[in-house]
Write a protein that binds this ligand. Sequence first.
Ligand code: XMP
Length: 515
Amino acid sequence: MEKAGQPIVVLDFGAQYSKLIARRVREARVYSVIVPFDTPIAELQSLRPAGIIFSGGPASVHQPGAPKPDPAVFSLGLPILGICYGVQLFADMLGGKVERANEREYGIAYLEHDDGTGFLDEVEARTQVWMSHGDRVTQLPSGFQVIGRTENSPYAAIADPERRFFGVQFHPEVVHTPQGRQILSNFVHTVCGCPPSWDMGSFADAAVREIRDRVGDKRVLCALSGGVDSSVAAVLIHRAIGDKLTCVFVNNGLLRKGEPEMVLRVFRDNFRINLDYADAEDRFLTALRGVSDPERKRKIIGNVFIEVFEEEARRLGHMDFLAQGTLYPDVIESVSATGGPSVTIKSHHNVGGLPEKMHLELLEPLRELFKDEVRALGRELGLPEEIVGRHPFPGPGLGVRCVGEVTRERLDTLRDADAIFIEEIRRAGLYGSIWQALVCLLPVRSVGVQGDERTYAEVCSLRAVTSEDAMTADWFRFPPEVLQRTANRICNEVKHVNRVLYDITSKPPGTIEWE
Ligand code: XMP
């Protein structure tokens, strides 16, 4: 896909930071893609890169089977930036020397540089950098010169200005290298000559053209949940092919207060998308009756969803494509330390197995984007903030927040409590500072007193966390009055609840959801 100029290609040598490198390049408004280190040279050229970045990686160049690129990559006439392991590849493959250091250098160091090539322009003469490496370069290949050093790394930054090869032993992509963005921006703008022209508008235009070309006169089915990813995918595809898109929205009875109405209003009334609304509340609740085990609940919810979705799809007639809001982190292929490719693909929520079963081709227009880019695209496409700015919500919905048995009455209680919590968070202006906020209804009752009366009622637990990627999370430090107001309102306004707790477990050891 042509996306406003030539891309920067990141060759992935198994670094935990490859995604971050691609992101930083995109933040500099230059499009970038990650490809495996052993991508054949012709394929690499077909991407028409303006420059190449070698990611770091956990391997040692001396290790048998260490991941190495096709040496022809050095003869393409393109600028190359080697990061960490990437620097060692220069030294190893172009005639320098790499040795095992006695000790791994890890953590903060200070780079002092006297660069005259433009690569470190605007970077202070002494600046903090983040190191994490075992091997070190002990002899530079010919053509290279040292442009920066740290106390323990005499070759912390190197350059061959003639060939436009640059190497940094540290990681410019992480936040612990405060001027790393400047360095990456110098590489892509100054060294590679890419203009800062990539943005969501150009992405949307190119994506619309590509969807039109691919779909032609065929029909697309999309499972719309009202979450950010499927919403943005639906609106983008709708912009491309209009009525050839049909969305199915399944109300599983496990949605938040006002959610089905909101989805119908936004997509059917505002965007005028063909929206098939399947009200399957009874069916889900019947299937869940008497079940408290979290994994059984998840399985039941997943299976009933597939049944309902399939029935709706059959009713809607022949379809050719199934649209999904799969994102970039779900599809990136990584490589293992030994160089063997190890593919990590997260199976995406609710439609697993459906494409094969229904003989549908997959259409995944967001598969090149990160979450925050999807939000930006959603805004570009005119989706309201109530959708693009929304906290994540799990596929099994309130089913995994109604701890214990799931009944209509308990779900209503939970919906009311959740709505109050979110309202109070918004009122305090804190919604955007929180990754996710939720209420769980616990399978416990407690004694209370209200208006001289003894009560014996349900207990709910509030949870709000900060996180970067949901892999780890910390509990959010609320001003006490926000918790106080929320607890008061829940006890006063929500029938059946007489006690409110605040969950201060981080992840790990807890998870974000209770089940
Ligand atoms: P946990 O509870 O594992 O959740 O810390 C991490 C993130 O994933 C969300 N989550 C899900 N999302 N289907 C989804 O689409 C699911 O089954 C599911 N379970 C958890 C959770 O809300 C949090 O953002």
